[in-house]
Design a protein around this ligand. Structure first.
Ligand SMILES: C[S@@+](CC[C@H](N)C(=O)[O-])C[C@H]1O[C@@H](n2cnc3c(N)ncnc32)[C@H](O)[C@@H]1O
Length: 247
């Protein structure tokens, strides 16, 4: 299935800014929640006075957590309209595209990107942008859905599945190679498939409650989650982390 980049971006921004996303996903829109974000924050090795960009920050929960846990300043960037100003002076939110970041060269001491590369139509452009904005020696901490390219069932290749982070997810090695090609040095990769299983459990439980109110409305979402669960059980889907440094 060939999908237009602009259509994907518009759908992503609308879907993740919706009330339904909040209801299904909660405050953080990635597997592993605050625990995995804390792990990525430590990997960045940033502290007070450092500026970190959270690329595709979604509701901004991780940006706030990072600022509070490390003392750094965070600029959260997302295609969706900025979140309400947070009660945290070290964090600000800006609207922008990960494939053309509204930041100068070598302007940040760290970059976070959680569960979002899978949704970008031009992943190489986004990897180049992440490398461009990092100061030499600064790190990127990225987590993302992983998938065995070309092996997902047709039901997981739709626009809806793309927006749900599945259809264009890549193998962890491919994500690492993409970042290396952009000029970063990969320091570590980790698999966290259990975090994806836990997120699917949570979404299924919330869908069951929502189905009491709107059975037809949630049926399609339920099918997608069931397919994703089957793919995870077969080893076709997973969740992974890459830590990389700009030399
Ligand atoms: C699964 S959510 C993850 C949000 C956040 N990183 C988190 O973990 O809570 C994916 C996010 O990517 C954003 N997004 C998708 N494509 C984007 C792009 N090209 N540039 C910036 N943000 C984008 C969506 O609007 C959405 O907020």
């Amino acid at each position: 299935m060939t999908l237009a980049a602009d259509e994907i971006k518009v759908c992503c921004a609308a879907a993740y800014a919706s009330t339904a996303a909040r209801l299904l996903l909660g405050d953080s829109f990635h597997p592993g929640g605050a625990g995995l974000t804390a792990r990525l924050g430590r990997a960045l090795r940033v502290g007070p006075g450092d500026l970190v960009v959270d690329v595709a920050c979604g509701p901004g929960t991780s940006a706030l957590q990072l600022a509070r846990e490390t003392g750094c300043e965070v600029i959260g960037i997302d295609l969706a309209p900025p979140t309400d100003p947070a009660d945290e002076p070290r964090v600000r939110f800006v609207r922008g595209d990960a494939e053309a970041l509204p930041l100068g060269d070598e302007g940040v001491e760290g970059a976070l990107c959680e569960c979002a590369l899978c949704t970008f139509p031009d992943k190489q452009a986004a990897a180049r942008e992440l490398a461009r904005v990092l100061r030499p020696g600064a790190r990127l901490a990225l987590s993302d859905l992983t998938a065995r390219t070309g092996q997902l069932p047709d039901s997981l290749t739709s626009l809806q599945a793309w927006v749900a982070c599945i259809a264009d997810a890549r193998p962890l090695e491919e994500i690492a190679a993409l970042l290396e090609l952009a000029g970063l040095v990969v320091e570590a990769t980790e698999t966290h498939d259990g975090a994806l299983a836990a997120l699917l459990d949570r979404i299924e439980a919330r869908l069951k409650v929502a189905a009491l109110l709107d059975p037809q409305g949630v049926a399609r979402g339920g099918e997608l989650v069931s397919e994703a669960r089957r793919a995870l059980d077969r080893g076709l889907l997973g969740y992974g982390v890459v830590i990389a440094r700009r030399p």
